[in-house]
Design a protein around this ligand. Structure first.
Ligand code: FAD
Length: 476
């Protein structure tokens, strides 16, 4: 189960901190304060992962930067446990807590686009969909994730991968300035010239350093793409994965080809012999000249069941929303993830054997290949770090019944243990669960000491601790 990273306070202590925090907030706070029993609280306390049902003492829905400062100062004074929330999609469940304060940014979704400069300013509560809709009006894109109801802040702060990563880089590679409120309530700008160490740490360091209230983003021109999808039956699994492994390192940057290993859904578009059977789904997105897509797609399709293959020209907004219904709010999710420098045959065999034992039709093993522009950024340039192990696997269990928690969690853990020896050390912090605190140093490796130094400077008391946490040095 995802766990909170600090020990729960005694109940009477929590109530005391809560009363004090509320008293401080009620004077100056201009947004909404929601407490248990009040209208709107029940809806506001839920986050995307249904496994994480917590009862914050107060949810402070900020209306502006001033409210964020007020909330942080009040929480500091009363030492109440504090969670930060943008879109609420933390797989680990970090954006809520029991008996504490949630600083909720969902009212702060302003976005302004400067089409000539190809720049945007996005407030800290924006969802990916808010950014996509605004930037597309100018025919521009910001490279982000693949589900539009994901929060932009959490995604960008961890790194941010999606359909355009190979073409334009990670989300964090496309942020020019972060405006944030730090643990002492100060407003700070971080970019290449101002607070450069903080800028470095924010590009992959998650929510460890402050509440980002505005991102200044670089945009790129793009309106549409070619999307191709197909399903490979069990008989062709091995040859498909071997081909994909050997092909992707040489693939053009315009091509993103993701695989998901799962039981084929019982949907009309799935050929009936495949429904409910192990299958590998290929999703290929081509952002170059449409006429050049064919030669890449044909090779991929040769491993697929012909009836399952389709390709179409789609708008960017279609691309960004097509998976929205596959990951609904409120279901139960558990994940483990890792990198491979090479996908050896043994790993391919282990992955393929696992598909046959998947315990839920919605559970999937996702395989993606990074590289492209994202792969050209040097390991020490950002906190996100080493991009030289380009194969990423994300094991994502997805089920609905709480009685089945142990079954699904243990399936993921057991598969991860089997894959782990061939993995390259490292992990993407946004694809981690809440029980992996011991892997946080692994996420940053050689960059760990520098991360701790930046954390110790900006958050010496570890105010921002509900995250993949970097603990500050004591006695700073
Ligand atoms: C359905 C789904 C699809 C996803 N797809 C992708 C994908 O395509 N690519 C990808 O890279 N990742 C993806 N992810 C992972 C995603 O990047 C993380 O779950 C991310 O944390 C979600 O951001 P959020 O703002 O919604 O999270 P929240 O739960 O709101 O916040 C998570 C954490 O981020 C920090 N945080 C949030 N907002 C702020 C802020 N303004 N300032 C400082 N810290 C903040 C806090 O530490 C908080 O605990 C996906 C997740 C889901 C659930």
């Amino acid at each position: 189960m995802p766990s909170q990273t600090n020990p729960p306070r005694e109940i009477h202590e929590q109530h005391h901190a809560f009363r004090e925090t509320c008293a401080l907030l009620r004077d100056q706070f201009r947004g909404d304060l929601l407490c248990p029993g009040e209208p709107g609280y029940e809806e506001a306390r839920t986050i995307w992962n249904g496994m994480v049902a917590r009862q914050p003492a107060v949810i402070a829905r900020c209306s502006d930067v001033g409210d964020v400062c007020t909330a942080i100062k009040a929480a500091n004074e009363t030492r109440i446990l504090t969670a930060i929330r943008c879109g609420g999609h933390s797989l680990a469940g970090f954006s809520t807590c029991d008996g504490g304060l949630v600083i909720d940014l969902s009212r702060m979704r302003e976005i302004t686009v400067d089409s000539e400069a190809r720049r945007a300013r996005a407030a800290g509560g924006c969802l990916l969909g808010s950014i996509d809709t605004a930037t597309q009006r100018a025919g521009l894109v910001f490279p982000s994730g693949v589900v539009s109801h994901t929060g932009a802040s959490g995604l960008i702060l961890g790194g941010g991968t999606g359909w355009l990563t190979r073409r334009f880089g990670l989300s964090c590679d496309n942020v020019e300035t972060y405006n944030l409120v730090t643990a002492d309530g100060s407003i700070v700008r971080a970019n290449a010239k101002e607070n450069a160490d903080l800028f470095w740490a924010l590009r992959g360091g998650g929510g460890n350093f402050g509440v980002v209230t505005e991102f200044e983003l670089k945009l790129h021109p793009l309106k549409s793409a070619v999307l191709a999808e197909g399903l490979t039956p069990e008989s062709n699994f091995r040859s498909l994965l071997q081909f994909w492994r050997d092909f992707m390192p040489e693939a053009p940057f315009d091509l993103k080809w993701n695989l998901d290993l799962r039981l084929a859904p019982h949907k009309q578009k799935v050929p009936s012999p495949l429904r409910g059977c192990p299958a590998v789904g290929s999703s290929l997105v081509w952002t170059g000249a449409p006429e050049d897509a064919r030669k890449y797609f044909e090779r991929a399709f040769s491993f697929c069941l012909p009836d399952s293959v389709r390709s179409q020209h789609v708008s960017f907004l279609h691309l960004q929303t097509m998976a929205d219904t596959d990951f609904p709010h409120g279901r139960r999710y558990y994940t483990k993830s890792g990198y491979f420098r090479n996908l050896d045959d043994g790993t391919i065999d282990r992955l393929l054997a696992a598909v046959a034992t998947i315990p839920s039709p919605e559970t999937q093993i996702e395989l993606t290949y990074l590289g492209g522009i994202a792969g050209q950024v040097a390991a020490d340039e950002t906190a996100f770090g080493d991009r030289s192990a380009p194969f990423i696997t994300n094991l994502l269990a997805n089920w609905s019944d709480a009685a089945d928690d142990a079954l699904h969690i243990s399936w993921i853990r057991s598969l991860f243990q089997k894959l782990r020896p061939a993995m390259t050390p490292g992990v993407y912090v946004n694809f981690m669960s809440g029980d992996e605190q011991d892997r946080v140093p692994e996420a940053y490796q050689q960059r760990w000491d520098r991360m701790v130094a930046v954390k110790s400077h900006y958050d010496p008391g570890n105010f921002f601790r509900l995250n993949q946490n970097i603990q500050p040095r004591t006695g700073v």
